[in-house]
Every structure is written in C-alpha cells, then in structure tokens.
Design a protein around this ligand. Structure first.
Ligand code: PA5
Length: 449
C-alpha cells in the first residue's frame, strides 16, 4: 500500500538548512514525552495507539449497530459538536457523492448533522424536513452535557418518539458518550438505548477513530475497517523508532514550528477538492483547540481552492507575509471526465479539449504553488494517492500525531481546552441556569454599566 507523502522543500527554502535540522533533538524529546506519557495532559493519550488496538470484533459490533440504523432509517441525524462531530463529517463528506442529498439512492440513509449550532431556523427547518420521515439519531457527547447537542437531542428524541413510537425510537436512537457520567449516559441507560463508550483517555478532537467517528461513518456506508487500517499504518510510520527525516508527522511538526518561530503566525490548510471542506474544519479544530493557549499558537486558517483563489487569493498572494500554506493534493480523482471539443470554439477553450478536468485542476494547483512561493508564502504539500477510507485514515493519524508533537514543541498542554469554558459560563449565567446565580448577578450588573 502506498503512503501519503509529505514534501516540505518549498517551505524549507524559506528557512536556513540548520534551522530545520536543529529541530531534530527537540522533536525527538517532544515525541518521547508523548510516547512515554510525560507531557502535560498525559491522561488524554489514549488516541496514540488507538488504531492498532481496534479489534475486528469491535468493528463488527459497530457495523452491526450501523446496519440496524441503515435498515430502519431513511435519514440519520448525527447530533454532536466540535470533536464529537467534525471527524465523522470530514470522512462522510470526503467519500460521499457530492449530490448525495439529491440522489435518493435508497441504498444509503441521508446523513444530517445537528447539535453543532443553536440556529433556530436551522433546527426548525431540520424538524420540518424530518417530519413524516423514518429517521434515527446518533447522539454524541463525551461530557453528555454540551448545550448545543443536548438541545438538539431533546427536540430529535421527542419528534422521533412521536413519529415512530417509543419502541422503534429505542431501536433507532444510539448514544455515544462517557461510560458513567453525564445526562446523555443517564438518558441512554434509562431509555435502554444502545450505547458506545468514549474512552476517558481520548479527548474530543482526537476521537474520530472511536465510535464517535466510526459509527456515523459506518451508517453512511463506508468501510471503517479500512479507515482504521490506514490510521494503523500511519501509527507505524510515525512511531518513535522511525528516524526523524522518515517520520512525516515529526518533520511536519518541526517545519511548522520553525516557520512560526520565523514570524509565520498563520497556517492555511488548502485543498483543491470541494469534498475536503470538512477536513479543513476538522484540522482547524485539532490544531486550534490544541495549540492556541498561553497567548501562543499558530492560527489555523483554511481555504478551498480554486474557489477561494477568487476571494482569499489576493490576500495570500500579496497581503501581510505572516502566512504559510499546507496543501492537500489528491493525486487521482475517483471519476474521469474529459473536456469536450467544440466545433465553434466560442469560449476559446478548445486548447483544453480531450484533457481530463483534473489536469486543469492540477495545473491550477502547480501554478498556485509557484505563484505563492514567488510571493513569499512557504508551501508544505501532502500528497494523497486517492480519496478513500484507507488514505483518510492515514491523513487523520498523520495530523493527530503531528499535533501531539507540535503542542509539546510549543510547550502547551495540547489536550485541554480551558478557553472554551469562558463563553459557556457567561451564557449559562445569562440564561439563569440553576447553579449560576452569583455569575448571573455579576454579569447583569456589568451589562447595566
Ligand atoms: O475537542 C474537544 O474536546 C471539544 O471540541 C469537544 O469535542 C466538544 O466541545 C464537544 O464536547 P462533548 O463531546 O463533551 O459534547
């Protein structure tokens, strides 16, 4: 099996050779701290050897539950936010037909996502769409108390029970949560829902290879065994006994930190395939929530090219030189489409006749890389043979491992997210949540000023 390939030459040319080489001992130490569990946040390292520890029996159990949902639902709503949603959406959108929504193929349920916002229009339009449909729900929350998800789940549970009856609802509602704690666990136990456990030592944004990601991906009809196999191969390729220059996660972590130290404060993840939009979102969360701490951290931004070349392209080419790009390049599309010849050639495009659309895309990609490098933007490239479960598994683990190493290099606790609590505290105080009386009083006094 081929591997995804990392190429840092167009980034390294912006650094002097010694700078990058100097990272080797630091990266080794950062990786060792991760592998030996001596780094901050070491009670959340369960993801490190997750791919190699997923058993075929567990995959079979997940597939069996997925089949119950597939057999009984035309629509499945995945309720979750942040790490409890982005990984599943990344894989499902990368592998689904771009027009899955409109296909009505009857083979696969339509997958919807909820619980990741508090938009009243979004939720009411979703409830209206579900009205009269045979739908099921996967409720995903590690804490089991996240407001966005709990709010959506209450609506979905009620509608599912009313539409499908309590017995069927019990069959088509599945919960992925903590083994013991949280309201989602209490509800699952009380209602007798099938449930899967999110291991204590795996944080949300590192949880796509647990049932958090695997169950929805299986329900959507994709091969989770291959996803895990790809991740397991990348686990081997990035293990501590692999020499620094052969370990793509270590080299990527070193390169981005060297660029950061050189004033490149923003990393832009780039794709040239619209199906990878949610990989951008997942990656932004992985690095943003892991590294943005103690007033430090590369700001993770993302664009979809060529679409965004017509919006952000100007800024990237000519704006402040504080950015670098990491480009995900898919070598072979899954479809073939040739550009047709036209006798009249009114659009002047006959020079493209007979070429694959992807050849045009690849020249756009190469042209963009040359232009951006000329414009002073270091370019890292991750080349992926083809978009399938196996290589997505490799990509996921490659970035997770790089993030773990990179966070240690930056000297932050990669695995916590204390900053996320600030808005929640204010929101609960403003909504008069029981237990927040003191905060409520203080915030109202502050708003009166
Ligand atoms: O990475 C994280 O830990 C977070 O993004 C969580 O996944 C997110 O806040 C959702 O939390 P929960 O699964 O507890 O509902």
């Amino acid at each position: 099996m081929k591997k995804i390939q990392l190429d840092i030459t167009k980034a390294a040319q912006f650094l002097n050779a010694e700078t990058l080489a100097a990272y080797e001992p630091q990266v080794k130490a950062a990786q060792e701290a991760l592998e030996k569990g001596t780094c901050p946040g070491n009670d959340f390292l369960g993801w490190l050897h997750l791919p190699s520890s997923v058993t075929s029996e567990f995959i079979a159990e997940l597939n069996a539950t997925a089949q119950v949902l597939r057999d009984n639902c035309e629509v499945v709503v995945v309720a979750g936010i942040g790490g409890s949603y982005l990984g599943a959406r990344t894989v499902i959108e990368a592998l689904s037909n771009s027009f899955q929504w409109l296909l009505n193929d009857k083979k696969n349920p339509v997958i919807l996502f909820a619980g990741n916002n508090i938009g009243e229009d979004y939720l009411s339009e979703m409830c209206a769409y579900l009205s009269g449909k045979k739908f099921g729900v996967i409720n995903i929350s590690k804490s089991g108390t996240t407001t966005e998800t709990a709010l959506a789940f209450r609506l979905l549970k009620k509608q599912c029970e009313e539409q499908r009856g309590k017995d069927m609802a019990r069959k088509v509602i599945v919960v992925v949560t903590d083994a013991k704690k949280g309201a989602a666990r209490t509800t699952a136990d009380k209602e007798g829902y099938k449930s899967f456990i999110i291991p204590d030592n795996v944080g949300g944004r590192f949880s796509v290879l647990t049932p958090v990601g695997l169950l929805p991906i299986a329900v959507a009809g994709f091969d989770i065994a291959q996803l895990v196999a790809g991740a397991a191969d990348m686990e081997k390729a990035t293990a501590s006994d692999v020499p620094f220059l052969e370990n793509p996660s270590a080299v990527y972590a070193a390169c981005r930190n060297a660029l950061y130290a050189d004033g490149k404060k923003i990393e832009i993840l780039v794709n040239f395939q619209p199906k990878l939009h949610y990989l951008n979102e997942w990656w932004k969360q992985l690095f943003g929530e892991s590294e943005g701490k103690d007033h430090k951290g590369i700001f993770p931004a993302a664009v979809d090219f060529t679409t965004d070349l017509h919006s952000m392209g100007q800024w990237i080419q000519d704006g402040e030189r504080t950015i670098f790009e990491t480009v995900i390049s898919i070598e072979q599309p899954n479809n073939t489409l040739l550009f047709p010849s036209d006798e009249e050639n009114l659009d002047g495009l006959n020079f493209l006749a007979g070429k694959r659309i992807d050849e045009v895309n690849k020249m756009a990609e190469l042209g963009t890389q040359l232009a951006h490098v000329d414009g002073g933007v270091p370019n890292i490239r991750l080349s992926v043979p083809v978009l399938n479960e196996y290589y997505l598994g490799q990509i996921i683990y490659f970035f997770e491992k790089a993030c773990g190493i990179s966070g240690n290099l930056l000297d932050v606790n990669t695995f916590n997210q204390p900053g996320v609590e600030a808005y929640k505290k204010n929101m609960f105080a403003l909504l008069n949540k029981p237990g927040y009386e003191k905060e409520s009083e203080a915030i109202r006094a502050r708003l009166k000023k």
